[in-house]
Design a protein around this ligand. Structure first.
Ligand SMILES: *[C@@H]1O[C@H](CO)[C@@H](O)[C@H](O)[C@H]1NC(C)=O
Ligand SMILES: *[C@@H]1O[C@H](CO)[C@@H](O)[C@H](O)[C@H]1NC(C)=O
Length: 188
């Protein structure tokens, strides 16, 4: 039993090296188990598994209003000890890798990134796994469609005509569903 445990631990680094290969396979039924395994065996650097989003607000322009959309929320991952604010108002650069259609924005902690899909009203979260360690090079991903309550905003409001939406859930508890190799940033 003890010998097995030691073998598992010494094999962890070999396992981490295999992850990019495994992650590119189309179906991964054991994804969560594998992620939990990696997380629970490497206390120095847990891989992102769960996250929490609070105070989500999204404003989108309407009727030819050219003001960029405005997004605000708080992001927390207890296991990786990240708590950061995420904000977009048109001044933040798109940091999506070259060739990706969706714009990606960094939170205040740049190891956390997000994509807002206006058509689908969906939020994609990306958390870099083990940045600044030898295990870096992977990112955890998830996509959620938050339940929103929206009100119209008029021309006299700060952003002008649009729709101001709030998350109906005080906290959204998310679970990452993919772990992929990080693509190099592009010049979007
Ligand atoms: C946009 O957000 C930045 C912070 O990221 C802030 O400094 C700036 O004042 C905001 N601009 C507008 C027009 O709200
Ligand atoms: C995430 O997983 C937990 C159990 O670990 C579950 O309670 C929760 O509903 C899941 N969240 C989502 C958004 O699927």
């Amino acid at each position: 039993m003890l010998v097995t445990a030691i073998m598992l631990i010494t094999n962890l680094h070999a396992l981490v090296a295999l992850v990019p290969l495994v992650a590119s396979l189309p179906s991964m039924p054991s994804f969560m188990n594998r992620l939990k395994y990696l997380s629970s065996h490497d206390d120095q650097c847990p891989y992102p598994v769960h996250y929490k989003i609070t105070s989500l607000q999204v404003w989108t322009p309407k009727n030819g209003n050219t003001h960029p959309m405005v997004i605000d929320f708080q992001y927390a991952d207890e296991e990786t000890k990240i708590a950061t604010s995420c904000h977009y108002n048109g001044t933040q650069p798109n940091i999506a890798p070259t060739g990706l259609r969706s714009a990606q924005y960094a939170c205040e902690d740049p190891s956390v990134r997000f994509i807002w899909d206006t058509e689908e009203s969906s939020l994609s979260m990306i958390e870099l796994a083990c940045p600044h360690t030898p295990e870096s090079g992977m990112e955890a991903l998830d996509q959620i469609t938050p339940r929103l309550s929206c009100v119209d905003t008029s021309k006299s409001t700060p952003f002008g005509e649009g729709s101001q939406c709030f998350s109906l859930d005080f906290a959204i508890l998310g679970n990452f569903t993919a772990l992929d190799p990080i693509e190099p940033p592009g010049n979007n």
